[in-house]
Design a protein around this ligand. Structure first.
Ligand SMILES: [Fe+2]
Ligand SMILES: [Fe+2]
Length: 472
């Protein structure tokens, strides 16, 4: 089992010391990363001790070791999942060939683009979240935020490793550029839309973790199927860490929903804002927003790029190897929702060009399971309300639905109806101001802001009132 070498300046399980050129490239990048982390990482907490997990090996026993660390001292490094003996390209035109350990020359540009696009989201989210610490609802939540942040930093390392190890000078230039773009900056924005949105409050943050980070999970899962083996191994280990990010989002929203229900019962009213809770209607509007911008991340319903990624063996389907078909899909079809005049119809399309939509379907099904668990909480409180995912056509900026106005329940509507009802469906300026008004730091161990319920249990078996961040 490949343990991680922590005696090296860059912890790694890829025998970095055997490749001096690569080692030098990464050691040259390391101080630039740290500078970026100081400038753009969590604001105001760089000197504090945080109860974080760090991977010491990639197996089940070693990947999560807990202890107090100051974030700039976190041991970011390069960890790949164990190689699979005899692994093959499992889909597309090269199906059955040995998996590639080096980049096939003809796919170099495409693969680099895929890696850069994935890599760019990692520092972007750290930038988006850098001011949240000062309004944390508890030390428990503050710690979880920082855990997610340091791991997104490590995911950037993971992609930079691939760029530097396999793409020569171009790769090194891309590694630099990953530290130069800035979320929300009009001159040098991050590549994808959702990663240039603000994350101004903790409701947005938890929604981001649930919806937007989950897009990341599905992209990583498809790249984990790649015929380019180093990418596959990198993504497989990243997915292990990603599970916690989904957990933070899902339980965060669940606790806000729970608190809303408690306040509704206690005060016998739906109007819990006066009692300092976030009402379920507001939660629904935030959900609609974050779900719709995250759906855009999957790209157009019909995409020849997606087809090419697949036929060339670079990016598979979610759980590709579990699927019972020919893994080439040349003759297969897939049902895709499309606009048809003023209606939405399902149409049979060639499966290869529909792969974005198929991944979006897997994603939506996963989101729906989380929303059902939130609704369980509502039901347990005897409250007649149901949170719902908006229709996939709602509030879209990419794909066929960008051309239409679609209501959350999936009707194609007029611009006039959209304008009249927009404030029912998406967060309004008042909503944002109200949510912002609740954002005050609660930093006493075991205490929680009034708008969110405590978690069921602490981290790593520690009690809920554990000092997850030492602020003293
Ligand atoms: Fe990530
Ligand atoms: Fe993540």
């Amino acid at each position: 089992m490949a343990g991680i070498d922590y005696t090296e300046r860059i912890p790694n399980n890829v025998a970095l010391h055997e490749n001096r050129r690569l080692q030098r490239a990464l050691e040259d990048w390391q101080p630039k990363f740290l500078e970026w982390w100081q400038d753009m990482g969590p604001h105001g907490f760089q000197a504090k001790e945080v109860y974080l997990r760090t991977a010491v090996s990639v197996d089940a026993q070693g990947w999560a070791k807990f202890g107090y660390v100051k974030m700039p001292d976190y041991r970011w490094g390069i960890f790949l999942a164990e190689p699979e003996a005899g692994r093959q390209v499992n889909f597309g035109d090269h199906k059955g060939q040995a998996a590639w350990q080096e980049v096939p020359g003809e796919y170099r540009g495409t693969l680099r683009r895929l890696i850069v696009t994935q890599g760019d989201t990692e520092p972007a989210s750290v930038e988006q979240q850098r001011h949240l610490g000062r309004t944390c609802p508890s030390l428990y939540d503050l710690r979880n935020l920082f855990q997610v942040n340091v791991e997104e930093g490590r995911h950037l390392w993971a992609m930079v490793y691939l760029l530097d190890a396999h793409f020569g000078r171009d790769g090194r230039e891309e590694s630099e550029a990953l530290l130069q773009r800035r979320s929300g900056d009009s001159d040098k924005p991050r590549i994808l839309g959702a990663f240039n949105e603000l994350t101004p409050d903790w409701l947005s943050y938890f929604m981001f973790c649930f919806f937007t980070d989950r897009d990341g999970k599905y992209q990583l899962a498809s790249l984990a199927e790649s015929g380019f083996d180093p990418l596959s191994r990198t993504c497989r280990f990243m997915l292990t860490e990603e599970a916690h990010h989904m957990f933070v989002g899902e339980t965060g929203i669940m606790r806000i929903v729970q608190r809303a229900c408690e306040l509704m019962r206690e005060h016998k009213t739906d109007d819990i804002r006066t009692h300092g809770g976030i009402d379920l209607q507001t939660i629904q509007r935030y959900l609609n927003f974050h779900c719709s911008v995250s759906l855009d991340l999957f790209g157009s319903e019909i995409s020849t790029n997606a087809a090419n990624f697949y036929t060339t063996g670079l990016k598979g389907r979610f759980e590709e190897t579990k699927k019972q078909d020919d893994h080439q899909l040349k003759a297969a079809t897939y049902q895709v929702a499309e606009l048809d005049g003023d209606g939405i119809v399902m149409r049979e399309e060639p499966a290869l060009v529909s792969l974005n939509e198929r991944l979006r379907d897997d994603y939506v099904a996963d989101c729906a399971r989380g929303v059902a668990r939130w609704n369980e909480v509502v039901r347990r409180h005897g409250i007649d309300f149901e949170l719902t995912l908006p229709h996939r056509g709602f509030h879209r900026a990419i794909g066929v639905f960008a051309e239409a106005r679609v209501s959350p329940d999936g009707r194609v509507i007029s611009q006039a109806e959209w304008d009249a009802r927009r404030s029912e469906w998406l967060p309004t300026e008042q909503d944002k101001a109200f949510v912002q008004s609740l954002m005050h730091a609660v930093t006493e161990p075991g205490k929680f802001a009034n708008w969110i319920a405590p978690p069921a249990r602490g981290i790593n078996g520690q009690p809920v009132d554990f000092a997850y961040v030492r602020l003293g």
